[in-house]
Design a protein around this ligand. Structure first.
Ligand code: ZN
Length: 300
């Protein structure tokens, strides 16, 4: 477990920071104050650039937080508990207690994040237009934040699991195929493929002289490929069973037990045994939320 600081609560959900977030916060504030702002708003004092840079950085990270709160609010309304929201070096994560139990529920929870970002992008854009005539500096900052939120939405909609786009893809595949496992496997494969593309693209960029951007893109690719595999394993280990009718005959009984959460192995066997002797060989819905609720699943 990485070290985190809790800096607040929203409806009982702890808001946390990983220590590596401070690196991003410093980098964003610094690059705004000495790079972006002096270029887009010339002839101001260095102090004012730092004031503007800090204010913009605060709105920048509030925007990331708003994206995660979008996921969290809908998650709670879908009956899936949210453990925490964490900001870290690459952005933010809403830790939800378990996989949503239906594709529709997953779609709603996941789409809420990019929706929040797009809404903020539109709001900042409007603020930029409204302030343009009487406070051009605020207008420039607003347009910058509109851009940030738009990029946040678009980047997250890349269909590479476990990014939002990849999860939306999974929910659609899940809905079409009616099988969570197949949908998750497909989403993971596409995610790994896109991540490999990012790594190769990053390396190619380095060869063409775009060293820093190349390293950053390759690094994100490496991170995405790792999380795609991790999230896949986590999803498969804690598959949502509620709402699914699982025929319990000796052949898939074994695979069911293998896929069960280890600490609930005994409980799973007892439940399966009980069901095996019942006339209708199906697991009752709601089984998953009891048995598989102990895991942390992440929505980014
Ligand atoms: Zn998201």
């Amino acid at each position: 477990m990485r070290r985190t600081l809790t800096f607040g609560y929203v409806s009982g959900i702890p808001l946390k920071l990983q220590l590596n977030w401070f690196l991003t916060a410093a980098l964003v504030t610094w690059s705004l104050s000495v790079g972006y702002l002096p270029q887009s708003i010339p002839d101001r004092t260095a102090e004012l650039y730092w004031v503007y840079g800090s204010i913009t950085a605060i709105f920048f990270f509030a925007s990331v937080l708003a994206h995660e709160l979008g996921h969290a609010v809908v998650s709670v309304s879908e009956g899936v508990q949210v453990r925490s929201i964490t900001l870290f070096i690459f952005g933010g994560v809403a830790h939800i207690a378990r996989e949503p139990s239906t594709p529709r529920s997953e779609f709603r929870i996941v789409a809420a994040g990019p929706f929040a970002s797009l809404f903020l992008a539109a709001s900042f854009y409007l603020a930029g237009l409204l302030t343009a005539s009487f406070h051009p500096d605020s207008s420039t900052l607003s347009f910058y934040l509109a851009q940030v939120n738009f990029i946040l939405a678009v980047f997250n909609l890349i269909p590479g699991f476990p990014l939002d786009g990849g999860r939306i893809l999974r929910s659609i595949l899940w809905s079409i195929k009616g099988d969570f496992a197949i949908a998750t496997r497909w989403a993971r494969n596409i995610g790994v493929l896109l991540a490999a593309g990012a790594i190769i693209g990053g390396v190619v960029m380095m060869f063409f002289g775009y060293i820093l951007n190349g390293i950053w893109i390759a690094f994100i690719g490496w991170y995405l490929s790792r999380t795609a595999k991790e999230s896949y394993q986590q999803s498969m280990k804690y598959m949502p069973w509620s709402g699914r009718r699982v025929k319990v005959n000796p052949r898939n009984l074994a695979s069911f037990i293998v896929r069960s959460e280890p600490q609930n192995f005994r409980a799973a066997v007892v439940r399966v045994e009980a069901v095996r002797h019942s006339p209708a060989p199906a697991l009752p819905s709601g089984f998953a939320s009891e048995t598989f609720a102990k895991n942390d699943e992440n929505v980014q």
